[in-house]
Ligand binder design. Structure first.
Ligand code: NI
Length: 181
C-alpha cells in the first residue's frame, strides 16, 4: 500500500467521467488499498479514484470508524434532504453548506466483484453522494447556489495551493492506472 498525492481543483482528471471497472484483479485491490490509506492519512471521510489520478469508478469512505469501498456505484436518493457543511480533499480548507439527500441506498460491487448494497444516512449518505459525483466529474461546488458558488470560486482563486503547476502525469506503476490515465 502507498499514500498517493491527492489531485487538486484545476486538475483535468477531476472533471473527467470515470470508466466502469470491468476487471476485478490484484491491481484493483491495490487501488482500493491505496485509496483507503491515502484517505485515512489525509484524513478524509471519503476519497474517489480520480482524486489520486485514476479514472475508474471506485471510491472509499470512512464514516463512524468504518472504512469501506464501493465500485461501479448506483445510488437511490431519498427525497428528504439534509443541509450541512461539506468539503473536499481536492479543494483544501474550504467548506460550504451543501444540500444533499438525507438517505442513500448505494448498489455496486466490492473489490472481489461481489454485489453489495450500502444504506446510509446523514454523513455516510453525504459521503456516498459526494464520492459518486467525483466519478462523474462533478465537484461539490457545482451543487451550491450561484452566490455561494461565486464565493467558493473567489476563495479557490485566492488560495495558496491554486495555480501551482499542474502535477505531471507520471507513468503509473499499476497496470490499471496506466490504462485509464
Ligand atoms: Ni471530494
Amino acid at each position: 500500500m502507498a499514500i498517493q498525492p491527492i489531485r487538486l481543483f484545476g486538475d483535468p482528471v477531476l472533471r473527467t467521467p470515470a470508466a466502469p471497472v470491468e476487471t476485478f484483479d490484484k491491481e484493483l485491490r491495490k487501488l482500493v488499498a491505496d485509496l483507503t490509506e491515502t484517505m485515512m492519512d489525509a484524513p478524509g471521510a471519503g476519497l474517489a479514484a480520480p482524486q489520486i489520478g485514476v479514472s475508474l469508478r471506485v471510491f472509499t469512505y470512512w464514516v463512524d470508524d468504518e472504512p469501506g469501498h464501493l465500485i461501479n456505484p448506483d445510488l437511490d436518493l431519498s427525497e428528504e434532504t439534509q443541509d450541512g457543511d461539506e468539503g473536499c480533499l481536492s479543494i483544501p480548507d474550504l467548506a460550504f453548506d451543501t444540500i444533499r439527500s438525507r438517505r442513500v441506498v448505494a448498489k455496486g460491487m466490492n473489490m472481489h466483484g461481489e454485489p453489495v448494497v450500502i444504506e446510509g444516512s446523514d454523513l455516510l449518505a453525504r459521503a456516498l453522494q459526494h464520492e459518486t459525483d467525483h466519478l462523474d466529474g462533478i465537484l461539490f461546488i457545482d451543487r451550491l447556489d450561484p452566490d455561494s458558488r461565486k464565493d467558493a470560486m473567489r476563495l479557490i482563486r485566492a488560495a495558496e495551493w491554486f495555480g501551482e503547476a499542474a502535477p505531471v502525469v507520471q507513468a503509473s506503476p499499476h497496470a490499471i492506472s496506466s490504462r485509464w490515465l
